[in-house]
Design a binder for this molecule. Sequence first.
Ligand SMILES: Cc1cc2nc3c(=O)[nH]c(=O)nc-3n(C[C@H](O)[C@H](O)[C@H](O)COP(=O)(O)OP(=O)(O)OC[C@H]3O[C@@H](n4cnc5c(N)ncnc54)[C@H](O)[C@@H]3O)c2cc1C
Length: 461
Amino acid sequence: MIYTKEIAIKEEYDVLVAGGGFSGFAAAYAAAREGARVLLVERSASLGGVGTQGLVNHILGVRLLSEGNTLVPCVGDVFAELEKRLIARGGAVDVDTLDLDLHPHGWYPSLGTGLVFDCEQMKLILEEMLFEVGVKILYMTDILDALYEGDRVSALVLHNKSGLFAVGGYYFVDATGDADLCTSLGLPMQKGDEDGGMAAASLEMHVENVDSAALFAYMKETGDLRFRTIIERLRTEGKWSFPYDIFISVKMPREGVYMINTIRQVGVDGTDGDSLSRAVIDGRAENFALLAVMRAHFPGFSQATVRSIAPTVGIRETNRITSHYTLSVKDLVEATEFADGIALSAYGWDLPNPKKPSHQPYHGVRRASEFTQIPYRSLIPVGVDNLLVVGRSIGVEREVLGPVRVMGPCIAMGTAAGIACTLAAKTGAACANVDVTDLRARLIDYGGYVDRAQCERKKDV
Ligand SMILES: Cc1cc2nc3c(=O)[nH]c(=O)nc-3n(C[C@H](O)[C@H](O)[C@H](O)COP(=O)(O)OP(=O)(O)OC[C@H]3O[C@@H](n4cnc5c(N)ncnc54)[C@H](O)[C@@H]3O)c2cc1C
């Protein structure tokens, strides 16, 4: 069947950002802060993507816990502003108030390296920041297609309650998480591993009425932070039939509330509508089944009740673009320095095996530096001049997704992409021809991090 329809190009913008997760938010903010006219198009009704709609209220990758318990930041600027506003309103836990010695191993100290935040306050602050710099946000709007003229994207085809229409632009940022614009343009990319396998998806749950004292007492006494011992026993007793062997819970700013990042849904394809729909249905039921086990067997959770279950399933992995440079495992192991470095992450290997969701194949692989540097070229898709990609679909070898897919580096990449578009716009240049020295200088001026050395220096202070 061929379906044709004449549609109007409604408006034109300097920069069009597709997707309002943390990377799209940062791209829109950074471009508009430079004076560009920016439209951000988002399918849902809030900013924050997986971080808010997916209920993953915990930004990782933004700092490192060095020896001696010093926190060394590696994502600044836009993230720092978000953190400041959240803390001022009681919407985040100030890491300076955490006792990093209290829970000396495993999961809990890592709370200090991230930022745990209140979801609704975060949504509000994200909007406020965009309005302050004059970004137009268009919610509840699906991006259906990207139109191409020569080597350039010229417009996006959108659909919302008003019907079908197009919006034109000069530069575009694909922050859809799945590289949807690149898919529309037929650009080369790779999905998952060599067999198409992708890390499990998770529908997140938040619970309340958790007894933190009882939970921490168990953890301190046993060191069993992820309840492996309990789960092993439950499995032998036939009371644990889930395909994962660990329980991940994160304490939220409000006392007694925990994010349960535990279920692992194997075989979900985040680019397939049916698969996504099934994942939400199955995930909801599985969270209730898990809660029953938690209440019966997990210290601190006997009175826990559901506070919310995410309205959308969290996807860890789908497409990775073919970019001007593919960031490799070797680069991470050897800590390659890039002259076009534009973002850093302090997060480690974390991409579970597609079939064995509690198995991390790269855990234990040593690296010359704990900081991952992301080169600008990994954001530039091959085959188009005026498009940058940010977030988990940038051009990396699969295992590199672990450090780069978390929200801290997503914010940093978005910021770089936003500024890069405005630098390119000055002369109408292709994104690949942006002067990276200018770009990096601009990022540093705003308080960003582009080189490991900036962080290593702070470690020594
Ligand atoms: C279960 C799970 C747990 C995680 N845990 C953590 C954690 O603890 N800490 C951490 O830092 N990171 C974590 N991550 C990783 C991190 O949350 C994501 O990789 C990150 O939030 C991605 O941000 P993004 O902006 O690039 O993409 P997304 O958050 O996926 O945002 C993409 C946005 O684009 C919109 N969109 C997509 N396609 C279209 C379209 N066609 N039309 C219109 N809009 C569209 C979506 O609605 C969405 O808002 C986790 C991920 C998952 C799945």
